[in-house]
Design a protein around this ligand. Structure first.
Ligand SMILES: Cc1ncc(COP(=O)(O)O)c(C=O)c1O
Length: 268
């Protein structure tokens, strides 16, 4: 968990804006502008739209960062060759960055959201608070279940007192620490593989923030080419399993995980 207040103070002492990826918390759990962030971005593919049916994102400028005073961003504060000599700060003031991001992005990459995608994101936003409450309450129940399971080595969720960011989380994320977290299954790579092969309710997918619960075991899927040493160096143990907890009945999710954990320990 990033201490946004502290990092924003350090950034501002050095004339640097702080950009925060708030995808996992959404504006429901955290408002980074209130903590000193200058620009916030989200993958709307995840919780904002909430149903795993779109790809989209957004960039929000708090409008407070003084690009001219910072003096570190000449392509915003001096005539910019990439945009016919336009001086974005002179022309748009505090909106220099967001204007350039939008104009240059649209011009060079042709980024334009389809109407259907925009509709899904807006539709999802209407239920964001209800969904986030349920994502968090389901997650808490699953974390509690996993922490006392004999096939589980460790659980990393910042609401657990043993997590190094526990105090910060209580302060910064009082409504909950979200629905994406990792745990370690005993028995490493083989156990992780056996676990995800057994799960029925959890979809085996690399996405997060869907209404459906999702699971991934990097050592046997996305990172299967890496040996134990390379995984360790990347901070991923062989037994690490990531969950994105959805909106299903928590008892059903726990029962699915229980069956998976039992299967994970066979023939080790
Ligand atoms: C935290 C976070 N930010 C941004 C992205 C990028 O999202 P997208 O796939 O919508 O471009 C992801 C994707 O996994 C993510 O997990």
């Amino acid at each position: 968990i990033l201490d946004v207040e502290k990092v924003s103070e350090i950034a501002h002492e050095h004339g640097i804006p702080l950009l925060i990826d708030s995808t996992f918390t959404t504006p429901y759990l955290c408002k980074p502008f209130d903590l000193g962030a200058d620009i916030v971005f989200h993958s709307a593919t995840k919780f904002l739209s909430g149903h795993g049916v779109v790809i989209g994102g957004l960039l929000v400028d708090g409008g407070k960062f003084d690009w001219i005073r910072s003096g570190k961003f000449p392509t915003l504060t001096e005539p910019y060759d990439g945009f016919h000599g336009l001086n974005f700060a002179e022309e748009f003031g505090p909106a220099a960055y967001i204007t350039r991001a939008r104009k240059e992005g649209a011009r060079d990459f042709g980024a334009c959201m389809s109407a259907t995608t925009a509709f899904y994101v807006l539709q999802g936003l209407e239920t964001l608070p209800l969904r986030m409450e349920k994502h968090v309450s389901n997650t808490r129940k699953i974390v509690e279940f996993l922490t006392s399971h004999s096939a589980v080595d460790w659980v990393s969720y910042p609401e657990l007192p043993e997590h190094p960011d526990y105090e910060l989380t209580k302060r910064q994320l009082p409504k909950g620490a979200g629905a994406v977290f990792a745990f370690g299954v005993k028995g490493g790579r083989q156990a992780g593989h056996q676990l995800i092969s057994k799960l029925k309710l959890f979809s085996h997918l690399a996405n997060v923030g869907d209404a459906k619960s999702l699971v991934i075991h990097p050592a046997s899927t996305t990172h299967h080419r890496m040996d134990a040493q390379a995984l360790e160096a990347a901070g991923i143990s062989e037994g690490l399993v990531r969950l994105s907890v959805g909106l299903e009945d928590p008892d059903d999710l726990i029962s699915d995980l229980n069956a998976g954990l039992k299967a994970s320990q066979r023939n080790l």
